[in-house]
Design a protein around this ligand. Structure first.
Ligand SMILES: Nc1nc2c(c(=O)[nH]1)N[C@@H](CN(C=O)c1ccc(C(=O)N[C@@H](CCC(=O)O)C(=O)O)cc1)CN2
Length: 286
């Protein structure tokens, strides 16, 4: 068996095109183009690439690029003041603090200053609480991107066994909640789970977001399962994920590649959230 490979680039392109149409309609109807404020602190090369791509996609979708860059040695108070300024600015529909921030900063307290309605990354405790309670709010981009991929490929979720490997606030926890919301039976695993492969083998849908290169191999996959790899690692032979994709593809039914799987969806869903936020702020939610 060789698994079907999910084309994250194509799905992300479609989402970005739909968002661009939504922006056009908003403006044609007398609204204001959404403004996205990406906040980059320091000069981490990977973060610079991600933020550059976010800004390019934002402009391509017809949104205003309201990017701000702070030096890596900025103090907590100055960084907090910038978030407060953006929070108060009516031109800013969405604020995204690129993570990780430099180690001397308390990123959680910076995130806490972002108003829930401008939290287009879905990372504030307010939006996390709404998700935990199954109420509507802005959802974290990477997990919502995974859900969009699963839907695009008609992967059934109701009643299925879903296993999420990883318990981060950015991916693992919200991922589990989104799957639960769609009536999957969800198990969360992590680095201290006993016999990880045995638990993963139960999964009809296996989402791996552990940040450990090649953690999941074919022994951890049920035949025919859908395997979603959220990991991104830069090695000498290029990018690879948390899953040994080539070997797993011999067992699974559907797999995401790295690159070209979940990664492109993160930026597409950020744009989708920014449009949702802008419409809500302009009283045009539909
Ligand atoms: N505030 C946030 N910080 C971070 C997030 C996030 O969602 N919000 N996620 C990651 C990084 N990230 C976006 O910020 C991100 C990661 C990967 C990709 C992507 O398109 N990956 C491509 C490969 C790109 C490459 O060549 O490097 C792929 O997988 O095909 C986009 C965004 C941490 N920080």
């Amino acid at each position: 068996m060789t698994a079907q490979v999910i084309d994250g680039k194509a799905v992300a392109r479609q989402v970005r095109e739909d968002v661009a149409k939504g922006v056009e309609q908003l403006v044609a109807g007398g609204g204001t183009a959404p403004g996205l404020a990406t906040v980059l602190i320091g000069d981490d090369p990977a973060s610079e690439v991600y933020v550059r791509n976010k800004r390019r996609s934002c402009v391509a979708a017809g949104m205003q690029d309201l990017h701000r860059h702070l030096p890596g040695d900025v103090g907590q108070a100055e960084a907090a003041a910038l978030i407060d300024e953006l929070a108060a600015d009516p031109a800013v529909s969405g604020i995204l603090l690129q993570l990780p921030t430099p180690a001397h900063l308390d990123s959680e307290s910076l995130l806490a200053r972002i108003p829930a309605e401008k939290d287009v990354d879905g990372l504030t405790t307010a939006n996390a609480g709404l998700l935990a309670q199954g109420r509507s709010g802005l959802r974290p981009c990477t997990p919502s991107g995974v859900m969009a991929l699963l839907d695009q490929y008609d992967v059934p979720l109701q009643g299925v066994e879903a296993v999420v490997v990883g318990r981060s606030v950015l991916v693992g926890k919200p991922m589990a909640q989104l799957l639960l919301e769609r009536h999957a039976t969800v198990t969360i695993c992590h680095s201290r789970t006993r016999d990880l492969a045995e638990v993963c083998r139960r999964a009809d849908v296996l989402v791996v977001a552990a940040g450990i290169p090649g953690l999941v191999g074919p022994d951890a996959v049920k035949p025919g399962a859908t395997v979603i790899d959220v990991g991104i690692h830069r090695g000498e032979e290029g990018l690879h994920g948390d899953v040994d994709t080539a070997a797993v593809a011999e067992v699974a039914g559907l797999v995401t590649p790295v690159p070209g799987g979940v990664g492109p969806m993160t930026i597409a869903m950020l744009l989708a959230n920014t449009l949702i936020a802008a419409k809500a702020q302009q009283g045009r939610s539909d």
